[in-house]
Design a protein around this ligand. Structure first.
Ligand SMILES: Cc1cc2nc3c(=O)[nH]c(=O)nc-3n(C[C@H](O)[C@H](O)[C@H](O)COP(=O)(O)OP(=O)(O)OC[C@H]3O[C@@H](n4cnc5c(N)ncnc54)[C@H](O)[C@@H]3O)c2cc1C
Length: 268
């Protein structure tokens, strides 16, 4: 599938919103999930194939150096009427194919992707919702909050670079939101864990959505399972990216990493 950039917006100093329309978005089928994501395929500039391409066919027929770079991005929103798809890209200081593409995206540019698919949607049956993550998880957290109804309760902890990096979040749920600001040193990796450890869980068991940097979410998952009496059924946990690794390097070890993470603190 593909869409064409209709507009871009610098949401914060570290996040660019890209709105896509046209292309063949007419036939996009959106899953009933608030963490739905697409597998984007970024064509190398020197590739011999067209701007609009079939990623599977290219991988089968083109030389490996021409294969597109793959990255996963959350569907921040999808308008079924206008067939517009919104994706919010973290534009991090480290070089990255996707980050760079978003920073320079212009109206008319093509974005090729496969999907979307997704798993999580906040269930009103949960006693309360715990949503924890960094900027890469913000699109899913924002979409999840928008899907909640009045009477639900959401506790949200998000880490970002500072007040200018915060975005407006809207929800009908009763919201307890705290932004954590990085210091730019080694303390940053444990800010989210410390914030979750400090929470008073009170009555009931939350459903937890914990997504973001691999080691950060792994530590939080361990805490929730071993010290908060939560079970794996109460959790949606996904290591979206790994500090110091490109997505290519991360994907090479991700399966093993996730298997080791899943084997930890097995309660049920
Ligand atoms: C299911 C899923 C949904 C996702 N949804 C989103 C989304 O909606 N928005 C979004 O921005 N990201 C999202 N991500 C994360 C995104 O795919 C990765 O951050 C990806 O590595 C970015 O690619 P890149 O080409 O910019 O950088 P890469 O080439 O992969 O990495 C280059 C360098 O940048 C660092 N880096 C990568 N990502 C980040 C980051 N987020 N913050 C700081 N440094 C980073 C790497 O560690 C590396 O050192 C999602 C990931 C998954 C698995």
């Amino acid at each position: 599938m593909h869409g064409r950039v209709t507009s871009t917006e610098q949401l914060t100093p570290g996040m660019v919103r890209v709105v896509l329309g046209g292309g063949d978005l007419e036939r996009l089928e959106m899953p009933h999930a608030t963490d739905a994501y697409v597998n984007v395929a970024f064509r190398p500039a020197a590739a011999s194939y067209d701007q609009v391409f079939d990623p599977k066919a290219v991988r089968e027929t083109a030389p490996q150096e021409e294969w597109p770079a793959r990255r996963r991005y959350t569907v921040r929103s999808w308008d079924a009427e206008t067939r517009e798809l919104v994706v919010d890209f973290v534009v991090h200081a480290d070089e990255g194919v996707a980050s760079r593409w978003a920073l320079t995206a212009q109206p008319g540019d093509v974005l090729v992707f496969e999907g979307p698919s997704g798993d999580y949607r906040p269930t009103p049956a949960a006693d309360w919702h715990l949503l924890v993550g960094d900027e890469s998880a913000l699109p899913a957290i924002a979409a999840s909050l928008e899907a909640m109804t009045s009477g639900e309760r959401a506790v949200v902890r998000v880490v970002c670079d500072g007040p200018a990096h915060q975005v407006d979040l809207s929800t009908r749920a009763d919201l307890d939101l705290e932004w954590l600001h990085r210091h730019g040193d080694e303390r940053d990796a444990s800010l989210l864990l410390a914030a979750v450890e400090a929470l008073d869980f009170g009555e009931g068991t939350p459903f937890g959505f914990v997504h973001g940097e691999a080691d950060e979410i792994r530590a939080i998952r361990r805490h929730l399972l071993t010290e908060r009496g939560m079970t794996r059924r109460d959790l949606s946990c996904s290591p979206y990216w790994r500090r110091t690794m490109t997505d290519e390097a991360w994907r090479r070890i991700k399966r093993e990493y996730v298997a080791a993470m899943e084997a930890e603190a097995v309660t049920s």
